[in-house]
Design a protein around this ligand. Structure first.
Ligand code: HEC
Length: 131
């Protein structure tokens, strides 16, 4: 085997693998990632809300108020799009996946990561508790 073949062949295989991996991401953008059980609102969800949402969602700006200490009750208010135990039926999840029927995709500038969305979905499926 010439030295050049030794390099080109593995490189071609690696490139093929990368292209296949990217292709899969395109087909399912919200490719589900493994998420742990027993998601905690305080430890897992509130940091996402404080970091990615509360800059806009505060009393001086838009509803619901998603700052620490008040986010849970704001989100569980009627009409904020959470159906405890049913993430698929929760409008909030559609908004986070950028599939909102009325164009209210959140956060408006860039979607959360698949892991963050997965944690929120799991938290809703586990009953959307203040845990
Ligand atoms: C850049 C500012 C901004 C950020 C960041 C943002 N939002 Fe919003 N959000 C808005 C605005 C503006 C509205 C009102 C939209 C409307 O009524 O058309 C809104 C509306 C909402 C609503 C209410 C929708 C309704 O139908 O009443 C929810 C729930 C919501 N956002 C959740 C979130 C969550 C969760 C995050 C973080 C993951 C987030 N938003 C991040 C600006 C933002």
């Amino acid at each position: 085997m010439k030295p050049s073949t030794k390099i080109i062949l593995p490189s071609a295989l690696a490139l093929g693998f990368l292209l296949t991996a990217c292709d899969n991401d395109k087909i399912t953008p919200e490719l589900s990632v493994p998420v742990k059980d027993n998601v905690s609102f305080a430890l897992d969800i509130q940091p996402i809300l404080s970091g990615q949402c509360a800059g806009c969602h505060n009393p001086g700006n838009v509803n619901p108020d998603l700052r620490k200490e008040v986010a849970f009750s704001s989100l569980l208010d009627d009409g904020k799009g959470i159906v405890p135990g049913d993430s698929e039926g929760s409008e909030l999840v559609e908004m986070l996946q950028w599939k909102s029927a009325d164009g209210k995709n959140m956060p408006p500038a860039m979607p959360l990561s698949p892991l963050q969305i997965g944690l929120i979905k799991k938290w809703i499926d586990e009953g959307a508790q203040n845990n």
